[in-house]
Write a protein that binds this ligand. Structure first.
Ligand SMILES: C[S@@+](CC[C@H](N)C(=O)[O-])C[C@H]1O[C@@H](n2cnc3c(N)ncnc32)[C@H](O)[C@@H]1O
Length: 214
């Protein structure tokens, strides 16, 4: 395997049809023009090669602390924030991946949801909450945030309270889109609409014990 460091806004430093598989996770939202990057992916993939482009849809993240209004405002502020290291951010890119790939020179094979959820304020859920707190405090310091620093801290306290009282919940939905470079002479899978009632994969959590109905 060879490691190449490159700016994904530019032409990839790879020759045409030289790559077997492209894997991208939580990166495409940073690109102002994701279609250009997908055109480059199509150029460098070998015929029959596949691209797996996955991203969390940050605007559908759910965090239940002890203050519902703060939960909503903080989650939306995080989804909308382009952090200082990003040229661009699209917190709704996850839901758009299927359409982006269907409109690219590649042939969309399918889209799968991946749900991570937890009722415990540990592991990935805690890492994400800590990341949101840090990012929004920094955004507020730079005048970019719709939520004031005191509110960010009040939200963090409310999440800790919910954890102690047993009401904490976290969920994050990612979409994994797979597309293929069509071999010449073959017809593709078609770029029609894709939908489904697919059972989402369960990660980082166990079913909360809901009270049974009387
Ligand atoms: C949220 S991080 C995800 C990193 C990694 N894929 C992961 O899941 O841990 C987004 C990554 O996109 C990279 N990135 C953002 N804009 C980029 C660009 N124009 N070209 C190349 N990489 C870029 C950043 O350097 C960062 O590593």
């Amino acid at each position: 395997m060879t490691t190449i460091v490159a700016d994904l806004r530019d032409r990839l430093p790879c020759s045409d049809e030289s790559v077997d598989v492209v894997l991208s996770y939580n990166t495409i939202e940073c690109l102002p023009n994701p279609q250009e990057m997908l055109a480059e992916v199509a150029r460098v993939l070998r015929p029959g090669g596949r691209a797996v482009i996955a991203h969390v849809d940050f605007d559908s993240m759910v965090i239940a602390g002890a203050d519902a209004d703060l939960d909503r405002r903080v989650c939306h502020a995080f989804a909308d924030d382009a952090q200082s290291w990003m040229d661009h951010a699209d917190g709704r890119i996850g839901r758009k991946l299927g359409l982006l790939l269907a409109r690219s020179p590649l042939d969309l094979v399918g889209v799968e949801p991946l749900l991570a959820w937890s009722t415990a304020f540990t592991g990935h859920a805690k890492d994400r909450v800590d990341q949101i707190r840090k990012a929004l405090l920094s955004a507020a310091r730079h005048g970019r945030c719709a939520v004031a620093p005191e509110e960010v801290e009040a939200w963090y306290t409310s999440v800790c309270e919910a954890d102690q009282l047993g009401g904490f919940f976290f969920s994050e939905l990612a979409f994994i889109a797979v597309a293929e470079k069509v071999r010449s002479g073959r017809s593709g899978h078609g770029a029609g609409s894709h939908d489904g009632w697919q059972t989402a994969h369960v990660r980082a959590g166990s079913m909360p014990h809901l009270p049974t109905a009387a």
